[in-house]
Write a protein that binds this ligand. Structure first.
Ligand code: SF4
Length: 317
């Protein structure tokens, strides 16, 4: 897009935000230009916390659908906009309501812990929600004898299982972005950059996690690069986060972990990248892309989300 047109859209967004008392919440996987015009940038936990406590009339979510739905569930009185309704999530799609209901039935007596990357309907079937920032702590907060179903991400689920040693059955879902990282390419990069540190998201596969100097949610990876005394990092998550890493630590070097297929660009989340400055402008202007969640789902899904938020607050997360 031409720079002057981009600048016009950005001015228009600023004016619309003021006129309509709207805020923009953006996920770390958005492009840098979108992160820079957002009122708040964060990972799923921080964005949920922000969605639950703000005085805006309109929340525009620069992220994907399950995040906008979570905002609507937490703030049902507000108008929540998603600039492109096709911004879905392969992980959320890997857990369908009917199949999950059946899975719960086949494994009775287990507490259902689901990752925030799910539809509102799946959240409504859950006992408690978690994000990658608090998954381990949420599971640890449950009584020690409690048997658990963890859904939908199998890599995060197995990571939590190994960390906590709890009795957990893991749903077999995946995020296509985090499964794409090439172990060989990461090891090669590490060799070429002596002293570099590999930092990865827990949604990555086990062999990639085993190469890591640090594993954490997107927010935790960012915090780590701020406080760590290293200077070169190989970053195993969606590369949008590198925008914030570079802003916070301009003297450090951040290298995106390469995907298996170096021609596919698939370490970038194509769903996240559907959101553009132009679409944000149009969504705010025409108030299009409104998120609706049925009242009974808002009620049922709100409980496990709030339970997570209360525990996170108690633990200072
Ligand atoms: S990065 Fe993966 S989990 Fe996150 S929105 Fe994209 S597909 Fe879903």
């Amino acid at each position: 897009m031409e720079k002057s047109i981009q600048t016009d859209y950005i001015s228009g967004i600023k004016e619309l935000k003021l006129r309509k008392n709207a805020i923009i919440l953006a996920h770390y996987y958005q492009t840098g230009d979108i992160q820079d015009i957002a009122d708040f940038v964060g990972d799923s936990l921080a964005l949920s916390q922000k969605a639950a406590s703000n005085s805006a009339d309109i929340i525009l979510f620069a992220g994907v659908k399950f995040m906008a739905e979570t905002a609507k569930i937490l703030s049902p009185g507000k108008k929540v906009l998603l600039p492109d309704m096709n911004a879905g999530c392969s992980l959320a799609d890997s857990c369908k309501e009917d199949e999950f209901r059946e899975f719960i039935k086949r494994n009775p007596g287990r507490t259902v812990v689901t990752y925030v990357n799910t539809s509102a309907e799946i959240k409504a079937l859950s006992d408690i929600i978690c994000t990658s920032s608090n998954a381990v702590q949420i599971v640890e907060s449950l009584p020690s004898g409690e048997k658990i179903i963890f859904a939908p991400d199998r890599n995060l689920g197995n990571y939590v299982l190994n960390k906590t040693g709890r009795d957990i059955i893991v749903w077999n879902g995946t995020c296509y972005v985090h499964e794409e990282f090439s172990l060989e390419a990461i090891l090669k990069l590490k060799k070429e950059n002596p002293g570099s540190k590999v930092i990865v998201h827990p949604e990555c596969e086990l062999p990639v996690r085993m190469t890591a100097d640090f594993i954490g949610s997107t927010g935790a990876l960012l915090a780590f690069t701020k406080k760590d005394n290293g200077s070169v990092y190989i970053v195993g998550t969606e590369p949008g986060i590198i925008h914030q890493m570079k802003k916070a630590e301009p003297g450090k070097t951040f290298i995106p972990a390469p995907p298996r297929d170096s021609t596919c660009g698939c370490s970038e989340c194509s769903f996240m990248k559907l959101i553009t400055i132009k679409k944000i402008y149009e969504s705010l202007l025409y108030e299009k892309g409104e998120i609706f969640v049925k009242d009974d789902i808002i009620e049922k899904a709100g409980k496990p989300i709030r339970r997570m938020m209360e525990i996170s607050e108690k633990l200072g997360l």
